[in-house]
Design a protein around this ligand. Structure first.
Ligand SMILES: Cc1ncc(COP(=O)(O)O)c(C=O)c1O
Length: 377
C-alpha cells in the first residue's frame, strides 16, 4: 500500500518546506499550461502515489506481450519495414478494409496532430466540443487555425446540433471524440451516424475512438463503417488504453487511401520495432483484453459506489475514467487528494468544479475511496 504524501514527507524529513511549496503551487490556476508547469514541482516519488490521472490501463502489458517484446530485442538492429507492413495488414483485416486505408502512428496522438497539419496548416477552422481531448486542438491553434469550441450540453454530452450549426465554409475538420474525454459520454448510435454522414458531405470528420473498446452497448458502431462507404471520415484508434501499452506509443488511423496519403506526408517517423511486436501480440490476446475490460468495470463501479455514498454527482461513463462534480475548485481537490497520496486528473476548463478520476488496480481504487472519504466526507 503506498504511503500517503504526509507519511512520505515525514519519513523524508521534508514536511514543512514541501508543504509550503505545495500550498503555494495550487493557490491559483490561471491557465492549463501554467497549471501543468506548477504541477511538475512538488511530487511524491511516482511509486508512492496512486496515479489515477491519465486514463491508463495499469494491468498492461500482459505477460505474453512482455515476452514477445523481450524476444523482439533480437530484431531491433534492423529497420522495422516488414513488420510495419505485417501489422498494417493485420489491423486492416480486423477493421475490414484494405491496408492502404490504415496508417500506423506513434500513439493516436500523432494521428490527431498530423491530421491537423494536413487539413489546417493553411488556416481554417476545426469544430470541436468543449471540454474534449485537446491534443489536436492545441496543435491546430499553434498553427494559427481557429478552434470553434462548442460547449457540451446539459448532460455533458456533445451538442451535435450546435456543432453542425457552427460548421461554415472555413471548416476543414470536425473533431468528434466519442466516447468523450473528459466527460465519458457516448452519443446515441443513430445520431452519431447521421451527424458524421451529413458533415462528411460538407467537410472532413475526425472520429477519435480511443475508448471505443470500453463501450458495452451492443453493436455500437465504429465510424470505420463510414470510411468503408468512402466518406470523408478519419478514425483514430490506440493501443494505449485497453491493451495497456500507453508507454509504447502506438496507434493508427483508418481513412480512405487518398486521405491517408495526404496525412502520411506529414509524418515524422513511425512506430518502432518493439511497438509493432507489442501491438501485434496484444491484438492476439483475447484473454487479457477481456480481463482488462472486466477489471475496469469493477474499478469503475467501486468509484461510482463511493461517489454515490458521498452524494457526489457524476456522468455515467463508457470509458476507463469517471467525471464527477466536486462543487469546489478543482485545484483545491487535486491538492487535497494528492495529500492523501492520490493523483486525479487535471482541470478541464470551463468545468473547473469537476474532477476526472481514472480507474486503476482495485487496491489503488481502494486508496482513492479512502482519500475521497477524507476529502469529501
Ligand atoms: C480521447 C483520446 N484520444 C487520444 C488519446 C491519445 O492516446 P495515445 O496517443 O496514447 O494513443 C487519448 C489519451 O488519453 C484520449 O483520451
Amino acid at each position: 500500500m503506498p504511503l500517503n504524501r504526509r507519511q512520505w514527507l515525514k519519513s523524508a524529513g521534508l514536511a514543512a518546506g514541501a508543504a509550503t511549496v505545495l500550498g503555494n503551487s495550487f493557490a491559483a490556476i490561471p491557465s492549463f499550461h501554467s497549471f501543468l508547469e506548477q504541477n511538475e514541482l512538488p511530487h511524491l516519488p511516482p511509486d508512492l502515489m496512486v496515479k489515477l490521472s491519465s486514463n491508463e490501463n495499469p494491468y498492461g502489458p500482459s505477460p505474453k506481450v512482455r515476452e514477445t517484446m523481450i524476444k523482439a530485442f533480437d530484431k531491433v538492429c534492423r529497420y522495422p519495414w516488414a513488420e510495419r507492413d505485417e501489422i498494417t495488414q493485420k489491423i486492416a483485416k480486423k477493421e475490414g478494409v484494405s491496408p492502404d486505408h490504415v496508417l500506423l502512428t506513434v500513439g493516436s496522438t500523432e494521428g490527431l496532430k498530423i491530421a491537423a497539419i494536413a487539413y489546417l496548416h493553411e488556416g481554417g477552422e476545426v469544430v470541436a466540443a468543449e471540454p474534449t481531448f485537446e491534443a489536436m486542438l492545441y496543435y491546430a491553434e499553434h498553427m494559427g487555425a481557429y478552434v470553434n469550441r462548442v460547449p457540451v450540453d446539459k448532460n455533458l454530452g456533445l451538442d451535435l446540433e450546435e456543432m453542425e450549426r457552427r460548421c461554415n465554409s472555413n471548416t476543414r475538420l470536425v473533431f468528434v471524440c466519442n466516447p468523450n474525454n473528459p466527460t465519458g459520454t457516448i452519443l446515441p448510435a443513430a445520431k452519431l451516424r447521421d451527424f458524421c454522414e451529413s458533415l462528411a458531405r460538407r467537410t472532413v470528420v475526425f472520429s477519435d475512438e480511443a475508448y471505443y473498446d470500453y463501450i458495452t452497448e451492443p453493436n455500437y458502431p465504429s465510424m470505420v463503417e463510414l470510411v468503408k462507404r468512402n466518406l470523408n471520415v478519419i478514425v483514430s484508434r490506440t493501443f494505449s488504453k485497453v491493451y495497456g501499452l500507453a508507454g509504447i506509443r502506438i496507434g493508427y488511423l483508418v481513412a480512405r487511401p487518398d486521405i491517408i496519403d495526404r496525412i502520411q506526408k506529414f509524418q515524422v517517423d513511425r512506430p518502432n520495432m518493439l511497438g509493432l511486436y507489442a501491438a501485434s501480440a496484444a491484438m492476439d490476446e483475447v484473454g487479457f483484453y477481456q480481463y482488462s475490460l472486466d477489471m475496469n468495470a469493477k474499478a469503475r463501479k467501486m468509484i461510482c459506489d463511493s461517489l454515490d455514498a458521498l452524494n457526489l454527482a457524476y456522468v455515467p461513463s463508457h470509458t476507463n475514467f469517471v467525471f464527477f462534480k466536486t462543487g469546489r475548485p478543482i485545484g483545491d481537490v487535486i491538492e487535497a487528494m494528492q495529500q492523501q497520496g492520490v493523483r486525479v486528473g487535471r482541470p478541464f476548463p470551463p468545468l473547473t468544479d469537476w474532477c476526472r478520476v481514472s480507474t486503476g488496480k482495485l487496491e489503488e481504487v481502494e486508496v482513492f475511496q479512502k482519500a475521497l472519504e477524507k476529502v469529501f466526507g
